[in-house]
Design a protein. Sequence first.
Length: 191
Amino acid sequence: MILWAIGGPVDIGRPLQSPVLVAVVFLFGLTVSGGLNEEPGWRGFAQPYLNDRYDALTASLIIGGVWALWHLPYFLIPIAPHSGFTVVNQIGWFISIMLLSVILGWAYNSTGSVLIAMVLHAMVNTADILLPLAPDQIVIDDVIQETAIATVTITQVTVTLLVALGIIAYYGRESLARVEIPGATYIRGGN
């Protein structure tokens, strides 16, 4: 709605996606593209160990940096979808990964559940894939419209930034939670 309100390249009149398509994209994101293949490592392993050494915000940003580098091959391999990203989209994507890492760090630290982080990760990927963009505003005469891409990217980064800042402001950088946060002892089966 924000993109539509600012005149971004969305087609709000497009019919809603089929619930089956949404479920398929979500399950793909949960099991193959992000959730199951990343979150057990990022949140289930790295976050607790980093929580022991750093405040939760710093731990989440460290994970975000490594996570962004983890995806670097997607930008370098010509057949990968990320290789076609515009420069603005690439920069925005890396910033969004850092901010999403804070949000996922909050989700994990608040619940101690890798499953919650996996589901949230898959939900973000699903929303990103199914965003009702208007192709006729993004590509005109076979030329990618940098302004349209920048509008989408900047809007997504801004929304993610506001959510991350809200979490930090409310919960604080030390734990990103109102409960005792999971450390290495937690994942080893201790209290």
